[in-house]
Ligand binder design. Structure first.
Ligand SMILES: [Zn+2]
Length: 169
């Protein structure tokens, strides 16, 4: 994705993107978000729902611990472990969001987002479909397919640039 859009997501969801721009030997997020901008809103919604679900679980546990009457709770809540993305890319026309942590509900969110990506133009975000083109499958809208523009290749972002963009030293 465009560097400015990637940094926007990293700033919004720093826990999920903890390994963004990390060491090449340690994480695939060293390569950034390997798809085009059209899926930015989809990924934003996915990350928002994931982080809300985790934060809500932490709040529930806190309320439970502070509760005078724990017996009234139908079920003892548990903290959902923090999701950390290891790889985010396009493959065979669809979004792949590989991550650690989470629970079954978050697994469902990821499955939903990945399946939706086959209906969204990877280039511009309008409704699209995966069509084969020169043996290369890419999910595009009619307009972008007519233009037949290749994926943009962005240079790897320097860690220094990210720290600056996120308001660091
Ligand atoms: Zn398009």
């Amino acid at each position: 994705m465009s560097p400015n859009l990637e940094i926007e997501l990293v700033a919004k969801y720093p826990k999920i993107y903890r390994d963004y721009n990390g060491d090449i030997m340690a994480t695939n997020m060293a390569w950034g978000m390997e798809h085009d901008d059209g899926w930015g809103t989809l990924v934003d919604c996915l990350c928002k729902n994931i982080q809300d679900h985790i934060d809500n679980s932490i709040e529930s546990v806190k309320r439970y611990e502070e509760s005078e009457n724990k017996d009234s709770w139908y079920k003892k809540p548990e903290i959902v472990s923090q999701v950390i993305v290891d790889q985010q890319k396009e493959k065979f026309g669809g979004l792949r969001f590989y991550c650690s942590g989470g629970d079954d509900i978050i697994d469902g969110m990821v499955t939903m987002a990945e399946s939706l990506s086959y209906k969204i133009c990877e280039n511009c975000g309008h409704p699209g479909s995966p069509d084969e083109n020169d043996s290369w499958i890419k999910t595009l809208c009619k307009r972008c397919r007519r233009r037949n523009k290749p994926s943009k290749i962005y240079p790897r972002i320097d860690g220094e640039d990210i720290r600056k963009a996120l308001g660091g030293e």
